[in-house]
Design a protein around this ligand. Structure first.
Ligand SMILES: *[C@@H]1O[C@H](CO)[C@@H](O)[C@H](O)[C@H]1NC(C)=O
Ligand SMILES: *[C@@H]1O[C@H](CO)[C@@H](O)[C@H](O)[C@H]1NC(C)=O
Ligand SMILES: *[C@@H]1O[C@H](CO)[C@@H](O)[C@H](O)[C@H]1NC(C)=O
Ligand SMILES: *[C@@H]1O[C@H](CO)[C@@H](O)[C@H](O)[C@H]1NC(C)=O
Ligand SMILES: *[C@@H]1O[C@H](CO)[C@@H](O)[C@H](O)[C@H]1NC(C)=O
Ligand SMILES: *[C@@H]1O[C@H](CO)[C@@H](O)[C@H](O)[C@H]1NC(C)=O
Ligand SMILES: *[C@@H]1O[C@H](CO)[C@@H](O)[C@H](O)[C@H]1NC(C)=O
Ligand SMILES: *[C@@H]1O[C@H](CO)[C@@H](O)[C@H](O)[C@H]1NC(C)=O
Ligand SMILES: *[C@@H]1O[C@H](CO)[C@@H](O)[C@H](O)[C@H]1NC(C)=O
Ligand SMILES: *[C@@H]1O[C@H](CO)[C@@H](O)[C@H](O)[C@H]1NC(C)=O
Ligand SMILES: *[C@@H]1O[C@H](CO)[C@@H](O)[C@H](O)[C@H]1NC(C)=O
Ligand SMILES: *[C@@H]1O[C@H](CO)[C@@H](O)[C@H](O)[C@H]1NC(C)=O
Length: 648
């Protein structure tokens, strides 16, 4: 995902537990019901190329985009721009959407003056050109002022540009860009035919006002519904709810602003089950973790078949942040990913059989936290948000794209381990190569509708995520003009194109959700009261768990656990103690004091141990810069996983 004001990590403090088969790295964890699954696919050939984007101008002043930099006079971008965002494929599979910020345009009435500021373009993927000789075409440049709305003072964006399957419209940020009756890629789609409509989520009982702020919008494959998220502050920390809604075009609104043609979000459902089991509950002194609890922390999108909402919710295993899915009709919860590394961007192929994710596996970034498998997510009730923030170093992501089949991580019959295939794994790692580690993935990677291609984009590591105190030296981007973002396309050359069929509209009603009533008070998620409990392992042993109030006696501040041969899966048997205290100096900052002396036997011998004075770290979910005193080290069958150096 990309930054808006707050990152995904922001939200994770409030999560619960979810279920599904669990899997992991070789020798560490395996799926109990594995025998029932088809064997994992063998690695397949994948060709990765870079797609063209507008040229860079070193001079961002007005008129700095001269014909020297773009001989066609069709606009420039900045070298350091982090504003270029890859989107998805048009239904023809031959174009992808991109949003970007043009810079250096000359003043009006120069015809090139329209190539300025935030715009949506489409880029050809097959090496062909538009009639003007460019491999890209700006859709929104030069749209008449009365066919768009500018919001005074408020910043806007075209995040996650997502073409509709009609080839005519694109959802970008909280806008729908619409070329009327023309295909976006056709010569007939000219700026005078384009309208840029705002989306409005009404949050007042009388329909007044500007509507609520929404983020992380994802289009349902039926082209009629979207999912989105909205932040709130609860108990002094950030919280978030996910929503599902129908898009309804309103040509002449009479209430609320803007009073211009717009898309209203109607039939809004909060993705929260008021009658569902909480993720963790107590009965006397017994603590129970309920794997089927629906714990939508942040919605990440809809599955390719449109029947499942993918989300980040509670972890199944301690410190292991994964994607879960919940069926939109039945409310059944499944674990979509299970690798110990962090994941949040996800897209599912149109047949539902494959996911493409961005995750930190390539760098082993999170193994010191999550490499020891099978630990129940108890301390996570305090620190999921802080733990998830370790995935980045400031603006540097450690994401690379991976594809995984629908059955997830598992073993081949010959003992090899399948954890998906890195999309850009083939390459020599040299500067600028497809697997150059200085280039890190951003959200979202996207399948073509025919399932043979994936588009994704990456940013180059720049200071302060390199250089200075960081042992990683800064390098120069080898891209033209020193560009620090690149748009990439992978072709799965051995695959037959899928015969994609339009997805019929799903119901507006999510039976397990909460119909959203504008102005209604948001629900409070249930919590476990302070106390000492026993958590019984599903297969073996038990854990003594203490939830201890903080010093101010306002909320749980410490979780202390002692494991006695604890096992939920029959693969990992946990022994030892762990105690974590968290304080929240402000809404985005967490300070963690951590003491672990955990060991496990079973299919691996693992340990997770803090240094003698404990491991103390602090992280601000808006900054994501890791800073610790002391160490936390995980060892799995002799392989040692250390934390990153401070600020790296
Ligand atoms: C824009 O917003 C500012 C600050 O809220 C306000 O003073 C100004 O009148 C607004 N301008 C327009 C054109 O609405
Ligand atoms: C959906 O919203 C529309 C427009 O507000 C309303 O007329 C309709 O009754 C709603 N349908 C359901 C199932 O709530
Ligand atoms: C708590 O768990 C123990 C062991 O499983 C069981 O014997 C006891 O009945 C449980 N107590 C309650 C209140 O459910
Ligand atoms: C792929 O998906 C289709 C449609 O969902 C299904 O019928 C088919 O069996 C799947 N193929 C595999 C190999 O899983
Ligand atoms: C990067 O480019 C600048 C300007 O050309 C140059 O001064 C610097 O030495 C280069 N850095 C590296 C690591 O090549
Ligand atoms: C999961 O349970 C824990 C303990 O009660 C709680 O802190 C957390 O908020 C719950 N998460 C959700 C999403 O309900
Ligand atoms: C609860 O557990 C804590 C931490 O293990 C321990 O210090 C405390 O004595 C326990 N309290 C009771 C009442 O057993
Ligand atoms: C903490 O608060 C609870 C109720 O909120 C109260 O019963 C308890 O006595 C308080 N404990 C202390 C040590 O103040
Ligand atoms: C842990 O539990 C397993 C399964 O019940 C048992 O085989 C094993 O001997 C136990 N280990 C210890 C150290 O008690
Ligand atoms: C929280 O505190 C940190 C450290 O002092 C600071 O950098 C950050 O800006 C603060 N955040 C907010 C939202 O106040
Ligand atoms: C774990 O350690 C024990 C004792 O040294 C050894 O017998 C066993 O083979 C080890 N297990 C694995 C999976 O390496
Ligand atoms: C690390 O230790 C220093 C010196 O004692 C202290 O100032 C700082 O707050 C500590 N930071 C963390 C994250 O514990």
């Amino acid at each position: 995902m990309r930054f808006t004001n707050f990152t995904t990590a922001t939200i994770l403090a409030l999560l619960g537990y979810h279920a599904g088969p669990s899997t992991g790295l070789p020798g560490t964890y395996r799926r109990s019901a594995e025998a029932a699954l088809p064997p994992p696919p063998e690695p397949e050939p994948i060709e990765v190329i870079e797609l063209p984007v507008p040229p860079v101008t070193p001079n961002e002043a007005e008129g700095g985009c001269t014909l020297e930099f773009n001989p066609h006079g069709t606009g420039c971008i900045s070298a350091t721009s982090s504003t270029l965002l890859g989107g998805n494929f048009l239904p023809d599979g031959k174009h992808v959407t991109v949003s970007l910020v043009y810079t250096g345009a000359p003043a009006a009435p120069d015809p090139a003056s329209i190539y300025t500021g935030l715009q949506l373009i489409i880029v050809k993927v097959d090496g062909t050109l538009f009639p003007n000789g460019d491999p890209w075409k700006c859709i929104t440049c030069g749209v008449p002022a009365d066919q768009q709305v500018s919001f005074n003072g408020s910043t806007t964006d075209y995040q996650y540009p997502q073409a509709f399957t009609d080839g005519i419209r694109v959802l970008a940020g909280a806008w729908i860009i619409d070329c009327g009756s023309e295909q976006l890629a056709s010569a007939e789609c000219t700026p005078d035919k384009v309208h840029i409509y705002p989306l409005r989520w009404n949050i007042t009982p009388d329909g007044s006002g500007a509507g609520g702020t929404i983020r992380e919008l994802r289009k349902h494959p039926d082209d009629v519904h979207i999912s989105f998220n909205a932040l709130t502050i609860s108990d002094g920390t950030l919280a978030q709810f996910g929503y599902f809604a129908r898009l309804q075009f309103n040509p002449s609104p009479t209430e609320g602003t803007p009073l211009t043609p717009r898309y209203d979000l109607v039939n809004v459902t909060m993705l929260y089950d008021p009658n569902g089991l909480p993720n963790m509950s107590v009965d006397g002194k017994n603590l129970t973790i309920n794997p089927q609890a629906i714990t939508v922390g942040e919605v990440r999108g809809l599955s390719g078949l449109g029947n499942q909402i993918d989300y980040i919710g509670a972890s199944v295993e301690s410190c292991n942040i994964d994607i879960s899915g919940v069926n939109i009709v039945t409310g059944e919860v499944v674990r979509v990913t299970s690798d110990p590394e962090y994941v949040d961007p996800i897209d599912t192929s149109s047949d539902g059989n494959w996911t493409v994710i961005m995750d930190t596996t390539t760098d082993n970034r999170m193994m010191f936290l999550a490499g020891m498998r099978g630990i129940p997510p108890l301390v996570d009730t305090l620190i999921t948000s802080a733990v998830s923030s370790v995935r980045n170093n400031g603006l540097r992501r450690f994401f690379q794209p991976w594809i995984i089949d629908r059955y997830g991580d598992r073993y081949y019959d010959d003992g090899r381990y399948y954890q998906g295939q890195q999309v850009n794994g083939a390459g020599d790692g040299s500067p600028g190569s497809v697997n150059d580690d200085y280039w890190n993935g951003l959200a979202d990677p996207r399948w073509s509708l025919d399932g043979t291609r994936i588009v994704y984009f990456q940013s180059f590591t720049v200071a302060p995520a390199c250089g200075g105190v960081n042992p990683l030296p800064c390098l120069n981007s080898t891209e033209p003009g020193g560009r620090t973002v690149r748009l990439m396309m992978a072709t799965l050359t051995s695959r037959e194109p899928l015969q994609w069929e339009p997805v019929p509209p799903v119901s507006d009603v999510i039976p397990w959700g909460t119909p959203y009533v504008p102005g209604a008070t948001l629900p409070t998620r249930p919590t476990v009261p302070a106390g000492n409990y026993t958590l019984t392992g599903q297969v073996s042993g038990y854990a003594e768990v203490a939830f201890i109030m903080n010093q101010a006696n306002t909320s749980i501040g410490t979780v202390a656990v002692t494991y006695h041969n604890y096992s939920d899966n029959g693969d990992n048997y946990i022994f030892g103690t762990e105690q974590v205290t968290a304080v929240y100096p402000n809404v985005t900052l967490t300070h963690v004091d951590w003491y672990s002396d955990l060991h496990s036997t079973g299919i691996s011998n693992s340990s997770k141990i803090t240094s003698p004075g404990g491991f103390h770290f602090e992280v601000d979910v808006n900054e994501n810069i890791f800073y610790a005193n002391g160490t936390l080290t995980t060892i799995v069958d002799g392989i040692v996983y250390n934390q990153p150096a401070n600020r790296s």
